[in-house]
Structures are given as C-alpha cells and as structure tokens.
Design a protein around this ligand. Structure first.
Ligand SMILES: [Fe+2]
Ligand SMILES: [Fe+2]
Length: 157
C-alpha cells in the first residue's frame, strides 16, 4: 500500500473540515455516525474482504475510497454519495493519485449505496460499508430505516 498517498488524504484541510462539519451535524444523532472511526472500519473491512475474496484490488485505492466515501455528509441536501464523489475529485489530485485511479475511486464512491455484482471497487466499498455497522447491538435498530434483510443480525465472521 502507498501510505504516503493515504497520509496525504488525511492531512488535506478539506478532509479535516468535512469531518469536523459531520461531527457537528451528527452530535445528537442516535443512528450510525459517519466519523473517522466509521471511515477506518470500512477501509479495514475492505482490506479483509479484498484478501478473502481474492479480488486483487489495490489496497491504496480501497483506503482512499473508504476514507472519502461519506464526506458528502458534511454538505446540505442531495445524495451524499454524489457529494462525496465531488469532494473526492478535489482531494485526490492533491494526493498524487493518477487520473485512472481517481476515476476508479470516484466511481466507487458515487455508487457506494448500490450493490454491484462485479467484484470491483464499487462492490467492495458497498460490502465493507454495510458490514461495518453493528445493528445487532444497536439501541436505535428498531427505528432505523435499514430493512430487516439489510441489517447485520450478527457479527461478520
Ligand atoms: Fe454512505
Ligand atoms: Fe459509510
């Protein structure tokens, strides 16, 4: 993994500002939050799924997509996946990612709320995002808008 590129992402003022805004907006939120812990959980789960399912995806792209996938929650209105993709397009070129890498990451972020069956970065991000949530121990599960089949009824693995 290219840790230099990943460390550049978390050092970007835009990244830090977005996380601070999300923390402010979600201060009273009883449902799952979109904080750094969530972003890192998705990155680590993505790393594991990549290995277990032999997807052969670049871990640097997995970490980049995971760290940026919910930054759109810092903005008002609209689809947060699309907003996150727009923020990623601003952040990634400043962190040494190529045009091809940027395209792959941005596409995965924009579609992270829909399951794709292709075994690509979009598929991985969706799976890791979903599996990161501990619905089985969540006190707000009964009023959460996730369907019963989407909720994680037990710990993954
Ligand atoms: Fe999301
Ligand atoms: Fe997420």
């Amino acid at each position: 993994m290219n840790t230099e590129k990943i460390n550049l992402i978390i050092a970007q003022p835009l990244f830090k500002e977005a996380l601070a805004k999300i923390a402010q907006k979600e201060k009273e939120r009883i449902y799952c939050r979109h904080d750094l812990e969530h972003l890192l959980a998705v990155a680590r789960l993505g790393y594991i799924i990549n290995s277990e399912e032999n997807l052969n995806l670049d871990p640097t792209l997995i970490y980049a997509a995971a760290l940026l996938h919910d930054l759109g929650k810092s903005t008002e209105g609209g689809d947060h996946a699309q907003k996150s993709a727009e923020l990623a397009q601003v952040i990634l070129p400043a962190c040494g990612f190529s045009e091809a890498e940027l395209k792959e990451i941005v596409c995965a972020i924009a579609s992270h709320r829909r399951l794709s069956s292709q075994g690509d970065l979009s598929y991985l991000l969706y799976q890791a995002d979903k599996k990161s949530r501990s619905c089985f121990l969540c006190p707000a599960a009964s009023s959460c808008n996730w369907s019963a089949e989407k909720k994680n009824s037990q710990l993954w693995r």
